[in-house]
Design a protein around this ligand. Structure first.
Ligand code: F6P
Length: 340
């Protein structure tokens, strides 16, 4: 049996650990062959595919990024199911493991609905897929963001400035919430909760009045109560979604002007997605990889692996897609009570 593997969408620390787990276990225990598809769906529609052997995956769990490369290519804009079927057949590919976020898994679902043998592995640093309790990459992103905020606090303290730290989180505020709590932020702003600039300034002023240098953690998808869309000044991505980033820079002068407190903004951006995955993410990614291989062996096409509590489970694509794992209001409010 020959199994293709692709990684698609934004990269996340832990992708290589999934690839390693699948190939290591598949070659050593099950005597399977693997094909590495380059740059996500792009490699599948362009037939950019090469054998993936044990040698290729040696020691890669600790490497960030993906040895296969990734892209935000939508296969349905490049020949769709006919082209994917044709390329799989030309390479004698009996099954495909697609590792990616919502866009990738939605494409995988459409292809598997039309009879292609595909299973999925969820991936997103934003941790916004409702079907799984955690995705690998999230823990690493939170760790990086927390460390960055710790650093911002020491320089903020030295200058008695307000520091605004912008983290990723397109639709959900999990990275902001977790890193903000870990770093002791005085305000945490998430996409799920529109907030007024007056409220933000009240928290900032309260922290300053207590002798603290205020730290504001903000997710890229946060909206002020006066905004109808998340701040975007960088055009659209391949799926037509606005490229986010810059809300921190927008807020900083507003805070400074209203409070009189000198304010600086830092956007962490892709630093959160790069570099070494945490041990937690490596282990989670490895277990999801083993789960995906098991699904292939059981021919459970149209399913993806997920983490429920501490167990790895199978979830049909249709149950996995369409609903975001947002920060529940009560989770936010228990943190919000301590802002300022
Ligand atoms: O979907 C994960 C994510 O990191 C979002 O938080 C962010 O908006 C987006 O990807 C950035 O995408 P790109 O790498 O294409 O700039």
């Amino acid at each position: 049996m020959s199994i293709g593997i692709l990684t698609s969408g934004g990269d996340a620390p832990g992708l290589n650990a999934v690839i390693r787990a699948v190939v290591f276990s598949g070659t050593q225990i099950h005597d399977l062959d693997f094909l590495g598809v380059r740059y996500g769906w792009k490699g599948l529609v362009e037939n950019d595919i090469r054998p993936l052997v044990r040698h290729d995956i040696m020691g890669i769990s600790k490497q960030g990024g993906t040895i296969l490369g990734t892209s935000r290519t939508n296969p349905f804009e490049h020949g769709g199911v006919e082209r994917v079927r044709e390329v799989m057949a030309a390479n004698n590919m009996d099954a495909l493991i697609a590792i990616g976020g919502e866009g990738t898994l939605a494409a995988a679902k459409r292809l598997s609905d039309q009879g292609l043998p595909i299973v999925g592995v969820p991936k997103t640093v934003d941790n916004d897929l409702d079907a799984t309790d955690y995705t690998f990459g999230f823990d690493t992103a939170v760790q990086i963001a927390t460390e960055a905020m710790d650093r911002l606090r020491t320089t903020g303290d030295s200058h008695q400035r307000c520091m605004v730290a912008e983290v990723m989180g397109r639709y959900v505020g999990w990275i902001a919430l977790h890193s903000g709590v870990a770093a002791g932020a005085h305000a945490i702003l998430i996409p799920e909760r529109k907030t007024s600039i007056d409220q933000i300034c009240e928290w900032v002023t309260k922290a300053k009045d207590r002798g603290r240098a205020p730290l504001v953690a903000v997710a890229e998808g946060f909206l002020l109560d006066t905004m109808t869309d998340a701040h975007s000044a960088r055009g659209l991505d391949a799926f037509g979604r606005p490229r986010l980033g810059g809300i921190g820079e927008l807020l900083a002068p507003m805070i400074e002007e209203r409070t009189g407190i000198e304010t600086r903004a830092t956007t962490l951006g892709h630093i959160q997605r790069g570099g070494t995955p945490t041990a937690y993410d490596r282990v989670l990614a490895t277990r999801l990889g083993w789960g995906a291989l098991k699904m292939v062996l059981e021919e459970r096409w149209g399913y993806m692996v997920a983490l429920r509590g501490t167990e790895i489970v199978d979830v049909p694509f249709e149950a996995a897609l369409g609903s975001l794992k947002v920060v529940p209001q009560e989770r936010y409010e228990e943190v919000m009570a301590l802002f300022g």
